[in-house]
Design a protein around this ligand. Structure first.
Ligand code: GLU
Length: 453
């Protein structure tokens, strides 16, 4: 049975790159009827925080990776496995595959004459019984990491130092703990970001030393931004949580993330998980870097929003609306909004005019809207509003007439009315909005605007 794992370190917000790795693992496990193990690598106590662990678990659940699916196993916590990690170190020592070392970095540098050369093997045969523990790497030959995505990657052994697997205080290092856990959890495929390829070279040696056959390796391409720079939390919006909070739909996010390094093979890009998952093949992942295009993601999200059944759209918008706003009133304009918003949080600015006692005011929008004969337009429209039949067609014709009287096309004539009524220069179709707002409130707002001019 295929067993994959996702092994995040809870040292910050959950990165979209992590989510992509998780999804590729998840797709393979689900398609093959295997298992997906969630293992939280929480051994770096100084950098871990419980809220980040919770954040990762809830963000994974949001994109559908959770215990509701029998493929899911865990979460396990790496810190709980420390006894096994220590045991593995002891066994490697006992077998002569590792040794103690008491060299300081300065001593090593003084001997090798360089801070880049790595460890020189000084303690290999000194037979020490305390200190840091180093793994004895072969002197000759190459380590081959046979990677599904990158092909055969060779690491010459003479460039591989005897790396540390446990600190002087006995605490095991990541490279070892990760391998030991993968072995104990019977992981068959290690699918993770490319930045771990150098760990794979070491782990390719550790697995057999610990009596296990190395897994299938697959190192996924880096994700880059518009400037082709690796996506970084300091520079880019990388937290999955912030996309969720902004109103990206999980379905759209999942769809988009799956395309970072992989594609279903035809021209289709918008494809639900249920169709994508059976098509996913690790062999089809491409090694070149993947561009995280936020604009494209937005466009995807807009498409997913438009495809929602109307009542579902209303339900998903609810958490972005002020709780005091009447959802039945919202429902009257929801259909107009559904075709216009790309992320759910944009809903507020589109509909707040219906709920606030007065439209929002900002000077820039006001100035922009009140450019062309605003007094004349508003006064003329106000006169007609008293008697016009209150449906979008008639409301439009009335404004067209006022515009013609002052030599303005409808587009220009709409601007002052829109700002007077909604406070904004862009928004939902104006005459439908006015219809829902009602005669009395519309008249009121136009009067107020006139008084301000
Ligand atoms: N804990 C590691 C990280 O978050 C992942 C290690 C792995 O996937 O092997 O980068």
């Amino acid at each position: 049975m295929i067993r994959v794992r996702f092994a995040p370190s809870p040292t910050g917000m959950f990165h979209v790159g992590g989510a992509r790795s998780a999804l590729f693992n998840w797709a393979l496990a689900e398609r093959e009827g295997g298992r997906f193990v969630l293992r939280v690598e929480d051994t770096d106590a100084a950098r871990n925080r419980p809220e980040w662990t919770e954040g990762i678990i809830s963000a994974l659940a949001w994109i559908g990776i959770n215990g509701e699916n029998p493929v899911f196993e865990g979460p396990y916590f790496q810190s709980a496995n420390e006894p096994q990690h220590r045991e593995a170190v002891a066994k490697l020592l006992a077998d002569g595959k590792a040794y103690f070392c008491d060299c300081t970095r300065e001593q090593v540098q003084a001997r090798t004459g360089s801070e880049h050369k790595g460890y020189d093997g000084h303690c290999r045969d000194r037979g020490l019984s305390a200190g840091a523990v180093r793994f004895r790497t072969p002197d000759e030959g190459v380590v081959v990491v046979d990677d599904v995505v990158r092909g055969r990657v060779e690491f010459p052994n003479d460039a591989q130092e005897d790396f540390v697997i446990a600190r002087g205080d006995g605490s095991p290092l990541y490279v070892l703990a990760n391998a030991v856990d993968d072995i104990t959890q019977a992981i068959t495929h290690v699918i993770r970001g490319e930045e771990h390829l150098s760990n794979a070279a070491r782990q390719q040696l550790l697995w057999p030393a610990l009596g296990a056959t190395p897994p299938v390796w697959a190192h996924l391409p880096v994700i880059v931004n518009e400037q082709r720079k690796k996506l970084s939390k300091r520079r880019d919006k990388v937290a999955l949580e912030s996309y969720r909070d902004e109103g990206y739909l999980a379905e759209a996010m999942v769809n988009y993330l799956m395309l970072l390094g992989w594609g279903p093979g035809d021209d289709r890009e918008i494809m639900p998980w249920s169709e994508m998952m059976p098509l996913f093949r690790l062999e089809d992942v491409i090694p070149s870097s993947a561009f995280f295009d936020e604009k494209k993601l937005r466009a995807f999200n807009g498409e997913y929003i438009r495809a929602l059944p109307p009542e579902e759209f209303i339900a998903r918008c609810a958490s972005y609306l002020d709780p005091s706003w009447d959802l039945e009133v919202f429902a009257k304009v929801a259909g107009l909004a559904q075709t216009r918003v790309a992320v759910l949080s944009e809903i507020t600015a589109n509909v707040d005019f219906l709920f606030l006692p007065e439209p929002v005011f900002d000077q820039a929008s006001w100035d922009k809207g009140m450019k062309n004969s605003p007094k004349e337009i508003l006064t003329g429209y106000l006169a007609r509003l008293e008697t016009v039949s209150f449906d979008p067609e008639s409301l439009k014709t009335a404004l067209e007439e006022v515009g013609t009287e002052h030599g303005l096309k409808l587009g220009k004539a709409q601007a002052p009315v829109r700002v007077a009524v909604t406070g904004r220069t862009v928004g939902l179709p104006l005459f439908e909005s006015i219809e829902v707002l009602g005669r009395e409130r519309t008249i009121d707002r136009i009067r107020t605007a006139l008084a301000k001019l």
